[in-house]
Design a protein around this ligand. Structure first.
Ligand SMILES: Nc1ncnc2c1ncn2[C@@H]1O[C@H](COP(=O)(O)OP(=O)(O)OP(=O)(O)O)[C@@H](O)[C@H]1O
Length: 643
C-alpha cells in the first residue's frame, strides 16, 4: 500500500483579476494572505497572525515562481519509469476555475506542461529499454456534460484541433468546460528468445485535466455556460465523495460510489486501486479566492490519506503461466530442501546439544550440592560435639566424664595415674561468687585437697554441699594430692580449651563458607533449571515452527503440483484440440481443393458449352438470315409472277 502523493501549486497573482463581486477588494491591500513553505501552506492575517485551522501540510508546495518543468520533475517524473515498467500511473490537476490546471497539464511553448513532458519521457524510457519491445497506444478524451467524447476522432465531433470544449467566463477567458483524460497504454514483452514465454506487461498512464469548480456569481455563467457549470460541479462533488469515503475507517467505509459519475469511473484505479497516483491541486493566491483555495486545500488534505496498491500488470499466456508455475515449484522445492530447513534442523540440533549439556551440568551441580550438604551436616555435627565438649570443659574442672575421649584423658594423666574402678566423679554444679573457703566434708578427703579445687576452679571455691557424687572414675588421693603434678594438668586443660575454641571458630567459619557455597550452588542449580526449561520451550517452539514451515511448504508444493497437473492437462487437451482442428482444417482444405477443381472443370464446361452455344447461335442466326432473304426473294418473285 502506498499513499497518494499530493502537491499544491499556487499560480502567480493575476494583476488583471479584480473581484467581480459587488464591493470586491480589487486594488485594496489584502488583510489575509497565504504563506507558502516547502511542504506547508498557512493562512496569515496581517494584523492577527496565523488564522487558526487554516494550516495544511502536503508532499510538495509550489509558489507562483515554480515552472512546469520543476513541478513535473518533482511530482510526476517518477511515475513515468514505473509506468514503463508495468505499473499503472495517474496524475491529475484539481482546483477552482482559473487556478492554473490547464497551464500545469499542457503548459506553453516556453514551459511545456506535464502531458508533453510525460510523452517525451515515456519515449525516452522506451528507447533506453533495449531488452523489451513496446507497443504504445494513445487516446485523448473528454467528459463533457457527462458524455465521453473521443477528441482524436474528428469525424465524430466535427471540431477543430484542439477539440476540447472551452468557453469564456468572467473568471477565465479560456475556461475548460470539460474534464480531459490523456491516456497512454503501454504494452511490452521481452525480446529475448529465452524469455519468450514471459508475460506481456500492460500499463496505463492517465494524465487528467479536470474542469474547475466554479461559483456562478463569480463566473457570471448563464445559459450554456451555466448548464456546463452544473455538470462540472456535480462530477467534482462525486469525486470529493469518493475521496471522503476512501479516507473513512475500513469498517465504516462501506460502498465507494465510483459509479456515480463517469469521472470517478475513469479514475477508479487511481483512487484506492491498482495505480500510482499524484494529484496537483492548483490554487489562486488572491484574497478574493481564499474560501475556494481553502476548499481546494481541504480536498488535497483528504486525498493525502488515500492509499493505493499498485502492482505490475502482466498478461500470461498458457506457456508463460506453465513456465511461471514450474519456476515457482522449483523455488519451493529448493526452499524446502535447501538452506532454510537445514538451518532449522541445525538450530534444533544445537538446542538439543545445549539442553543435554545443561542437563549434565545440572546433575553435576546437584551431586556437588548433595556432597556439600553432607559435609555441612558432618561439620554441624562436629561443631555441636565440640561445643558440648567446650561447655563441659567450662563447667567442669576435672570432670572425668568430659574426657571420655581417651586422648583427652591421656593428656590429663600423670605417669602414675591409673583408673580406679570404684572412684567417684565430682561435678561442679555452680560457682560461688565470693571467694571463700567452705569446710571440707569429711567424706571428700579422698577426692582432692582444698588447694587443688581452688586451682582447678580458677580461684572460685566450689560449694561442696552442691557437689554431686556420681559413680565413675576414681583417682588415687595420693596422685591428686601431689601439688607438682597439678600445674601441668591446669595448663594442658587451658591449652586444650583454647584449641577447642579455635577449632570451634574455624569449624563455624567452615560451616558458614559451606553454607554460602551451598546457597550459591543452589542458585546456580535454579538458574540452570530455568535455563533448561527455557531451552526446552525454545526447542519445542523451534520444532513447532519447523513443522509448521514444512507443512506450509508441503501445502504450497502440493498446490503447485495440483496447479501444474491441471495446467498440463489443459495444455494436453489444448494440444489435442489444436491437432484435431488442424486435421479438420487440412481435411476441409482438401475438400475445398477438390471443390475448386470441380468448379474449374465446371467453368471449363460452361466455357465450352458457351462457345458451342455461341457458334450454334451464330449458325442459327446466319441460317435465319439466309432463310429470311430466301423467303423474301420467294415473296418478291411470287409478286412478280402474279397477274
Ligand atoms: N503557474 C502559472 N504561471 C503563469 N501563468 C499561469 C500559471 N497558472 C495559470 N496561469 C495563467 O492563468 C490563466 C488561467 O489558467 P488556466 O486556464 O490554466 O486555469 P484553469 O484552472 O485550467 O481554469 P479552468 O478550470 O477555468 O479551465 C491562464 O491565462 C494561464 O496562462
Amino acid at each position: 500500500m502506498e499513499k497518494i502523493s499530493v502537491a499544491v501549486r499556487f499560480r502567480p497573482p493575476n494583476p488583471a483579476a479584480a473581484d467581480p463581486s459587488p464591493g470586491g477588494a480589487g486594488g485594496v491591500a489584502a488583510d489575509r494572505e497565504w504563506r507558502i513553505d516547502d511542504t506547508r501552506v498557512s493562512l496569515l492575517h496581517r494584523a492577527a497572525g496565523p488564522v487558526p485551522g487554516a494550516s495544511f501540510n502536503f508532499d510538495h508546495v509550489f509558489d507562483g515562481a515554480a515552472t512546469n518543468e520543476r513541478v513535473y520533475g518533482t511530482v510526476v517524473q517518477g511515475l513515468i519509469g514505473a509506468v514503463v515498467d508495468g505499473f499503472n500511473g495517474t496524475a491529475f490537476a484539481y482546483g477552482q476555475t482559473s487556478s492554473g490546471k490547464t497551464f500545469t497539464m499542457n503548459g506553453c511553448d516556453a514551459d511545456p506542461g506535464i502531458i508533453p513532458c510525460a510523452v517525451r519521457d515515456v519515449f525516452d524510457a522506451v528507447r533506453q529499454t533495449d531488452d523489451r519491445e513496446f507497443l504504445i497506444r494513445v487516446s485523448y478524451m473528454e467528459i463533457y456534460n457527462e458524455e465521453i467524447n473521443d477528441l482524436l476522432t474528428l469525424e465524430a465531433q466535427k471540431l477543430p484541433i484542439p477539440n476540447r470544449h472551452f468557453g469564456e467566463t468572467n473568471m477565465n477567458v479560456r475556461s475548460s468546460r470539460s474534464h480531459t483524460i490523456f491516456r497512454m497504454v503501454i504494452e511490452s514483452s521481452s525480446k529475448s528468445q529465452i524469455d519468450s514465454g514471459d508475460a506481456i506487461r500492460v500499463s496505463v498512464l492517465n494524465l487528467v485535466d479536470l474542469a474547475g469548480s466554479e461559483r456562478v456569481n463569480k463566473t457570471g455563467a448563464e445559459g450554456v455556460r451555466l448548464n456546463e457549470g452544473k455538470y462540472i460541479n456535480k462530477s467534482l462533488l462525486m469525486l470529493g465523495n469518493v475521496i471522503n469515503k476512501l479516507t473513512e475507517n475500513g469498517k465504516q467505509r462501506g460502498h465507494i460510489p465510483y459509479r456515480d459519475s463517469n469521472l470517478t469511473r475513469i479514475l477508479q484505479p487511481a483512487l484506492g486501486g491498482n495505480a500510482k497516483t499524484s494529484i496537483i491541486c492548483t490554487a489562486a493566491p488572491e484574497e478574493i479566492h481564499i474560501e475556494e483555495t481553502r476548499g481546494t486545500l481541504q480536498f488535497a488534505s483528504r486525498a493525502k490519506c488515500v492509499s493505493n496498491c499498485a502492482q505490475v500488470n502482466e498478461i500470461l499466456t498458457d506457456a508463460a503461466l506453465l513456465k511461471r508455475q514450474k519456476q515457482e515449484i522449483e523455488e519451493l522445492r529448493k526452499k524446502l530442501q535447501g538452506s532454510h530447513s537445514e538451518g532449522l534442523e541445525q538450530v534444533v540440533l544445537k538446542l538439543r546439544n545445549d539442553m543435554h549439556k545443561s542437563e549434565l551440568e545440572r546433575d553435576r551441580l546437584a551431586m556437588e550440592l548433595e556432597e556439600e550438604r553432607k559435609l555441612r551436616m558432618t561439620l554441624e555435627h562436629h561443631l555441636t560435639e565440640q561445643q558440648k565438649k567446650l561447655e563441659g570443659l567450662n563447667n567442669t574442672s576435672i570432670s572425668a566424664d568430659q574426657f571420655t575421649d581417651s586422648i583427652q584423658l591421656d593428656a590429663l594423666k600423670t605417669p602414675d595415674s591409673k583408673d580406679i574402678p570404684d572412684g567417684f566423679v565430682a561435678h561442679r554444679s555452680r560457682y560461688s561468687n565470693d571467694v571463700e573457703f567452705s569446710p571440707m566434708p569429711e567424706n571428700l578427703d579422698i577426692v582432692t585437697d582444698e588447694d587443688l579445687w581452688t586451682r582447678l576452679n580458677k580461684g572460685c571455691v566450689t560449694d561442696l554441699d552442691m557437689l554431686e557424687m556420681t559413680p565413675g572414675l576414681k583417682r588415687k588421693a595420693s596422685l591428686l594430692q601431689d601439688a607438682t603434678s597439678a600445674a601441668p594438668l591446669e595448663e594442658t586443660t587451658d591449652a586444650r580449651c583454647q584449641r577447642l575454641e579455635k577449632d570451634c571458630i574455624s569449624d563455624r567459619q567452615q560451616l558458614e563458607e559451606s553454607n554460602a557455597r551451598c546457597a550459591t550452588l543452589q542458585k546456580e542449580c535454579d538458574l540452570l533449571r530455568e535455563e533448561n526449561l527455557s531451552l526446552q520451550r525454545e526447542l519445542s517452539r523451534s520444532k513447532h515452527e519447523a513443522d509448521r514451515l514444512i507443512a506450509e511448504k508441503q501445502v504450497q508444493l502440493d498446490d503447485s503440483w495440483a496447479i501444474r497437473a491441471e495446467l498440463e492437462r489443459d495444455l494436453f487437451s489444448s494440444r489435442q484440440e489444436a491437432d484435431r482442428l488442424t486435421a479438420e482444417k487440412q481435411e476441409l482444405a482438401g475438400e475445398l481443393g477438390t471443390e475448386r477443381q470441380k468448379m474449374e472443370e465446371l467453368k471449363q464446361d460452361i466455357r465450352v458449352i458457351s462457345r458451342a452455344f455461341s457458334q450454334r447461335e451464330g449458325q442459327l442466326t446466319s441460317l435465319y438470315t439466309k432463310s429470311k432473304s430466301i423467303l423474301e426473294n420467294c415473296k418478291a418473285s411470287q409478286v412478280g409472277t402474279l397477274p
